[in-house]
Design a protein around this ligand. Structure first.
Ligand SMILES: [Zn+2]
Length: 238
């Protein structure tokens, strides 16, 4: 019985490793996917930042052109000041010049406002570009590490498969079928020790008579509660 049990436990240990490998293969791409999502988000943020800066510069240029036009008008008005005939007309041109100067002042304020806003947006854009580069580096290195890990895992799977194939003939078919059947619908271990009369997976007690049989070790038994294959483990020395 010991021999059968040992083989079964070895097979279980191999299958547990298979499970861990599958889990790792499933979970890592999710992490990488998350990094990719973050990177895409930064991509569109940087794009948005750039277009905001572009829009602001357009606005600034528009106001600058308006300023040039006002300046032209101002020069013309100043020239007209020398040509006017009446005092009334002179006052009117003076008023026009004052208004144009006010207008220039307002437009200049606007240009300053746009320039400050452009500076803020350019800073945001630069910061996000740096973050984007860092994020891309992280994504690339994770992806590279993952491909490398996959290759290692594939090798491990291959060698585990070989070991399992070597072990299977040492186990009788009925037991292997029982083991595979349990594995297909139970989570975790399906061959478990019973310590002090308690199944170590479902934590329920084994009836005394069955427990005595288990201690004798003549046959492999099933837990009456969770159906897992059980064996006796002596912990008296612990
Ligand atoms: Zn149990």
């Amino acid at each position: 019985m010991d021999e059968k049990l040992n083989v079964l436990l070895m097979i279980q240990s191999i299958d547990t490793k298979f499970d861990n490998i599958s889990r790792e293969k499933e979970e890592t791409p999710k992490e990488i996917e998350k990094l990719k999502e973050g990177l895409d988000l930064l991509d569109s943020t940087v794009e948005q930042n750039l277009s905001t800066v572009e829009e602001l510069k357009k606005e600034r240029r528009k106001v600058e052109r308006e300023l040039e036009e006002i300046d032209l008008k101002l020069k013309k008005s100043k020239l007209r000041l020398n040509e006017v005939k009446s005092n009334r007309e002179y006052q009117a041109v003076l008023k026009e010049i004052e208004d144009l100067k006010d207008f220039t002042f307002q437009k200049e304020e606007t240009v300053i406002k746009w320039m400050e806003e452009i500076e803020i947006q350019e800073k945001k854009c630069a910061d996000n570009t740096v973050r984007r580069e860092e994020s891309q580096e992280e994504y690339k290195s994770n992806e590279k590490a993952f491909s490398q890990r996959i290759r290692e895992l594939d090798k491990e799977v291959q060698s585990l498969n070989e070991k399992r194939v070597q072990l299977s003939p040492n186990l009788d078919e009925d037991l292997l079928r029982q083991y595979n059947g349990l594995r297909s619908h139970l989570k975790g271990r399906v061959v478990v020790p019973v310590i002090d009369g308690v199944c170590q997976e479902c934590h329920l007690g084994i009836p005394p008579q069955q427990y005595n049989e288990l201690i004798k070790g003549d046959s492999l038994q099933s837990c009456p509660h969770c159906s897992r294959i059980i064996y006796w483990e002596d912990d008296s020395g612990i």
